[in-house]
Design a protein around this ligand. Sequence first.
Ligand code: PBG
Length: 337
Amino acid sequence: MQNKQSTPSSYPNIRMRRNRKSGWVRNLVEENTLTSNDLILPLFVIDGVNKKEPIASMPDVYRYSIDLLLKEIEIAANLNINAIALFPVIDPDLKTDDGKEAYNPHNLTCKAIVEIKKNFPDMGVICDVALDPYTSHGHDGLLGEDGNILNDETIEILIKQSLVQANAGADIIAPSDMMDGRVGVLRWSLDNYSFQDVNILSYAAKYASAYYGPFRDAVNSGSMLKGDKKTYQMNPANSLEAIREVELDIAEGADMVMIKPGLPYLDIIRNVRDRFEIPVFAYNVSGEYAMLKAAANNGWLDYDAAMMETLLSFKRAGSDAILTYSAIDAAKIINGK
Ligand code: PBG
């Protein structure tokens, strides 16, 4: 050891690279970490037995019949994934203008919930409360004669839908139609029927996004959709409005709030995280998954690396949990499998 100079060098004054010089020090100063506790796996369920249908716009994601869905959930459970979000693919013959299949206590969603909770009582089950899987027009609510999506008239059906799902064993219900006055009424009716322990995860700030395309392919609602969802889902240009949406849902009794899509809305996640003391979930939606898979399948991106970097960005933005179609892939990497 010897002095290189008699006076301190002024260049560079501070060396940021010292904290990056080796893996051990990078690990010590790491600010955000992704664990399997952060992951929620969305799953598509179809009627039938021993069915596993590919989804063209979502490579490596499938629609499963309940028996095979259970096998997928077993994989998730063994990787310490805590919760799944269930999305039914409804037989077109059961779709009606009023979406009444949504509150049939023996519908596909309820049958799946019962089987999942029977086999995996410790797996959290999250269910959407919205009519789009069940309506012949593909909208999340009732369609008025003038083409308007009816806000207040839809709530009765959503109440019934949430009650059949809670009764089947859903742990969390997730009102996702982005219409007004959902959370408060659903909280009240769940409590009224002794489901006071069922959580409400509100899709509080959900944008009218092009990134839902592959999801609509997966549940076959895209081709049926008349028009767009811009009178209820948010304008991608708005940020303050998301704060108001979250504020209202918290006031109405939401236990957790969700921002959706994820990647194009990381700023919203950060704003909400900074403003409210409530768990914030992000939905890394189907289009985000499809982009990554398409690039990876062309050999243009390293899927594992880009996927883990993407999921970490949600932690950095302030998300508590992330709904992602990559949940199993990420959990395998996290668990070293
Ligand atoms: C329906 C719903 C949608 C998604 C989740 N719930 C689509 C939509 O609003 O049209 C999209 C999820 C995804 O793209 O991964 N209420």
